[in-house]
Design a protein around this ligand. Structure first.
Ligand code: DQA
Length: 147
């Protein structure tokens, strides 16, 4: 089973970027550890990062062909990108939304996610292990054990 993990704008700077909010680990470290956890669960992850909305949209379309599910931290696009929302709505694979920080405990513009409605769930505020929680939730969902 192949899963796509997408990280949006500014997440390439994890480790350096506002570490009091986003932690000290780099995206590479977080994705490497996610990859080994995925392998133990018998699945493969394809982790990508882009600072560009269109590239993320192209990858969501690509995920629909040959991937079983999607984990997405859309960064600030979460709060206003109807184009990313429409891309998720238009593909037939389940997606989970991840945020390292608790977006509801921060500035008011972060309290809205325009993509939540088209995902199976959201994980927010657990730092880097949010990706592992999303992986666990996605596998659970894909195995039909969601209830
Ligand atoms: C984020 C939260 C967003 O509000 C912010 O723009 C990010 C990161 C998070 O992981 O906590 O870039 O998605």
């Amino acid at each position: 089973m192949k899963l796509m993990v997408l990280n949006g704008p500014n997440l390439n700077r994890l480790g350096k970027r506002e570490p009091h909010i986003y932690g000290h680990k780099t995206l590479e470290q977080i994705m490497n550890s996610l990859e080994s956890i995925a392998r133990e669960s018998g699945c493969e992850i394809d982790a990508r990062q882009s600072n560009h909305e269109g590239e993320l949209i192209d990858w969501i379309h690509e995920a629909a062909e040959g991937y079983s599910g999607l984990i997405l931290n859309a960064g600030a696009y979460t709060h206003y990108s109807y184009a990313i929302r429409d891309a998720l709505a238009g593909v037939d694979i389940p997606a989970i939304e991840v945020h390292l920080s608790n977006i509801y405990a921060r500035e008011s513009f972060r309290h809205t996610s325009v993509i939540s409605e088209v995902t199976i769930g959201q994980i927010s505020g657990f730092g880097n292990i949010g990706y592992e929680l999303a992986l666990k939730g996605l596998l659970h969902y894909l195995k039909g054990e969601e209830n």
